[in-house]
Design a protein around this ligand. Structure first.
Ligand code: AP5
Ligand code: MG
Length: 214
């Protein structure tokens, strides 16, 4: 299974771009954050265990995340091209992915966005409660207030997009996830993407990058 990892801080646009790319049907988009939120909404065992960490802006323990991703990946066809959005987030998760005989990480794309922009993006983000499409009150506004352009669902604000939790998530990112940049760099798999442009322009840059024409 061919894996492209989307790396980048919270709010750097991983989900926005992964959802757009997955519309082409050439990729399967797997977001661990979306999976955890589904589980939390259902209130199942995974959801209950994850909620304690997610609400505080901390990472869910590696053992839970590695089992979750293994379980998801085994359901995909072996020839699938998968966009992993939000996994791996620690060195232990990256190593587990590399040790999975069914997967091969082709590249890791780092979405680079300055911290001030990240905070503004996260605190203004709204998500569709039905289809998960992300919007932003200022940067990516829906055509009708609080209504999803795609499916008509209601928009809500993620509990972890409150300012205090955002600060914690950015700190956790710097401490635990940023070291993955050198991990993928040393494996010659890292590509940097300027994520501080309009979403449509990034989409074009990303398409070129994924087609190897950069
Ligand atoms: P997760 O849901 O993965 O959150 P995250 O990494 O913090 O990333 P975000 O979803 O907040 O940002 P994004 O990069 O997808 O940005 P988006 O496209 O939405 O994880 C949530 C939690 O789950 C974690 O904190 C952790 O607790 C747990 N978890 C998940 N995976 C885990 C793992 N592997 N291990 C352990 N724990 C895990 O865009 C953000 C906003 O900006 C939107 O409003 C959007 O409309 C707007 N926007 C997007 N692009 C642009 C642009 N180009 N210009 C202007 N605005 C833009
Ligand atoms: Mg996301």
């Amino acid at each position: 299974m061919n894996i492209t990892v989307f790396l980048g801080a919270p709010g750097s646009g991983k989900g926005t771009q992964a959802k757009r790319l997955a519309e082409s049907k050439k990729f399967i988009h797997l977001s661990t954050g979306d999976r955890l939120r589904e589980a939390m909404q259902k209130g199942d065992d995974l959801g209950k265990r994850a909620k304690i960490f997610v609400d505080r802006g901390e990472l869910v323990p590696d053992s839970i995340m590695i089992d979750l991703i293994d379980d998801c990946l085994t359901k995909f066809p072996l020839q699938a091209r998968v966009l992993l959005d939000g996994f791996p987030r620690t060195l232990a998760q990256a190593k587990a992915l590399d040790n999975n005989p069914a997967t091969r990480v082709e590249r890791a794309i780092n979405f680079v966005v300055p911290e001030e922009a990240l905070v503004a993006r996260l605190t203004g983000r709204r998500i569709c409660e039905k289809c998960g499409e992300p919007f932003h009150v200022e940067f990516v506004p829906p055509r009708k207030d609080n209504v999803c352009d795609k499916c008509g669902g209601k928009l809500y604000q993620r509990a972890d997009d409150k300012r205090e939790v955002v600060t914690k998530r950015l700190e956790v990112y710097r401490n635990l996830t940023e070291p993955l940049l050198s991990y993928y760099q040393s494996g010659n798999k890292l590509a940097e993407l300027n994520g501080n442009k309009p979403a449509e322009v990034i989409q074009q840059d990303l398409t070129r990058l994924l087609n190897g024409k950069y």
